[in-house]
Every structure is written in structure tokens, then in C-alpha cells.
Design a protein around this ligand. Structure first.
Ligand SMILES: CC(C)(COP(=O)(O)OP(=O)(O)OC[C@H]1O[C@@H](n2cnc3c(N)ncnc32)[C@H](O)[C@@H]1OP(=O)(O)O)[C@@H](O)C(=O)NCCC(=O)NCCS
Length: 154
């Protein structure tokens, strides 16, 4: 039993409310929050889905050979309770990808720790990809997780 198993869990469901996604994203990201319009444009695409609950969500794009995590956000006061892990597991079970890809900022240690704990491996880097205040730029680390036969029971 993991240390999170006794925590009450909110149901994860599909989310189509761009305002709500933008608000939660802004609460989770100190810099670089996405606008309501950006979420609305993304959700208008047939391959893009948001899955989540009141405390967090994951935005995904299905591809022919897998899925990409476009963004992932958990409210600051709800972290380290296993929600991000659960969101990714849910998406994996729903879409059964052979590979999951994502980009993560090189200075985002919590997110890299999460992805490493889930078994993702870094396979590349995009130089100065994320723009930051003060004309700073941070590399993107490209990570992926491959499954032999899509989702399995865990
Ligand atoms: C990254 C983020 C989504 C993690 O959400 P979370 O719900 O707190 O993550 P979980 O509780 O599921 O963590 C699962 C595991 O990831 C690792 N992890 C998560 N956050 C960590 C942190 N701050 N420091 C070290 N390890 C961490 C741990 O191994 C953790 O397992 P444990 O709690 O049993 O030790 C959350 O911190 C967040 O929203 N950050 C801001 C937005 C962001 O950076 N999104 C990702 C963009 S690529």
C-alpha cells in the first residue's frame, strides 16, 4: 500500500471548461500560465483532451503512436498527495499509448522528479525553449516513457 492510498480521491473526468483550466493553470504556474483563449483553441482540436478533478488536470494530445502531455497542473496546496501520478495513470489507461512524450523545463525539479519516478527517460534537449521574466530562457528537457504493449494493470 502506498502512503497515498488512505487519502480520499476525487473522480477524474473529462474537462471542457477553458476558463476553469486557465484558472487552475494560473494557480499552478508561477510564470507562463496559459490563457483561456489558448485552452479553448487547444480543446477545439479533436486530438486534444483535458482530464482532471477540482485539484488538478492533465492536457493531452493523442498521436498515432502514443500521446503527448501538453501540460499538467496541480493546485499548490494539493501537491504530494499522488494526484499527478494518478492523472497520468488514468490517461494511460484511457488511451493505452505505446509511448508518452513531454517537454519539461530544465529548472523544474518537482516535475522532473515526478516524471523520473514514473519511469520517463530524458532523450534530448531544446535549447532556450522556455522564455522567462528578465529576458531569461530555459532549456526544455524532452522525456518519454515507452510501454511494450500499451497499458497494463498496476
Ligand atoms: C509537478 C506537479 C504536477 C506534481 O504534482 P503532484 O500531484 O504534487 O505529484 P504527485 O503527488 O503525484 O507526486 C508523485 C511523485 O513525483 C515526485 N515528486 C512530485 N513532486 C515532487 C517534488 N516537489 N519534489 C520531489 N519529488 C516530487 C515524487 O516521487 C512523488 O512521489 P512521493 O510523493 O510518493 O514521493 C506539481 O508540482 C505542479 O503542478 N507543479 C507546477 C506545474 C508544473 O510544473 N507542471 C509540470 C509541467 S511539465
Amino acid at each position: 500500500m502506498s502512503k497515498h492510498d488512505k487519502t480520499p480521491k476525487m473522480a477524474i473526468e473529462a474537462i471542457s471548461n477553458a476558463d476553469w483550466l486557465a484558472d487552475l493553470h494560473a494557480s499552478a504556474f508561477v510564470e507562463g500560465a496559459w490563457s483561456r483563449a489558448a485552452f479553448a483553441d487547444l480543446l477545439a482540436q479533436k486530438t486534444i483532451f483535458a482530464l482532471g478533478c477540482a485539484d488538478g488536470f492533465v492536457l493531452l494530445q493523442k498521436t498515432p503512436d502514443g500521446m503527448e502531455i501538453l501540460t499538467l497542473a496541480v493546485r499548490p496546496d494539493k501537491r504530494r498527495r499522488g494526484l499527478a501520478r494518478r492523472l497520468i495513470a488514468y490517461a494511460r489507461d484511457a488511451f493505452k499509448p505505446k509511448t508518452i512524450w513531454l517537454d519539461v523545463a530544465a529548472d523544474n525539479q518537482p516535475a522532473q522528479a515526478l516524471y523520473t519516478a514514473l519511469g520517463f527517460n530524458a532523450y534530448g534537449r531544446r535549447s532556450k525553449y522556455y522564455k522567462r521574466a528578465g529576458n531569461l530562457a530555459v532549456d526544455a528537457v524532452l522525456m518519454r516513457l515507452e510501454f511494450e504493449e500499451g497499458a497494463t494493470d498496476e
